[in-house]
Design a protein around this ligand. Structure first.
Ligand SMILES: [Zn+2]
Length: 119
């Protein structure tokens, strides 16, 4: 092994498949933990060990995990809304969405106050 480490015996956690939404939530949570906690801890150790190759690899992995979290979140956001989810319609342009924009209509850019909620 190039970095001189030895792999310890380990046991993987049991994986349970849930609904697609549950699985995506779990994936977002796991990737977020990796980018915000696990890799920063690994980097701290690699820096104190002066392991430059490890630092570079860990920084690459940390960036990849951040993107994975983003992609899983996008997939989660794009799942079909439940049948009872409200729908928002822009009174100006008719843009229809299940997510009320924070500021402006994504289509006509009028204020989000132009949206009406339809239950
Ligand atoms: Zn609009």
């Amino acid at each position: 092994m190039a970095l001189g480490g030895k792999i310890k015996d380990f046991k993987l956690d049991e994986v349970k498949a849930g609904t697609t939404a549950e699985n995506l939530h779990a994936a977002v949570k796991g990737e977020t933990y990796e980018k915000e906690t696990m890799y920063p801890d690994f980097l701290k150790q690699a820096k104190s060990d002066g392991a430059k190759e490890a630092i570079r690899t860990l920084l690459y992995a940390q960036k990849a995990e951040a993107e994975h979290a983003k992609l899983y979140q996008e997939a989660l956001d794009n799942l079909s809304p439940p049948a009872d989810a409200p729908i928002y319609v822009c009174k100006v342009c008719g843009y229809t969405t299940t997510r009320l924009p924070e500021r402006n209509c994504v289509s006509c850019r009028e204020p989000a106050s132009q949206y009406v909620r339809i239950d």
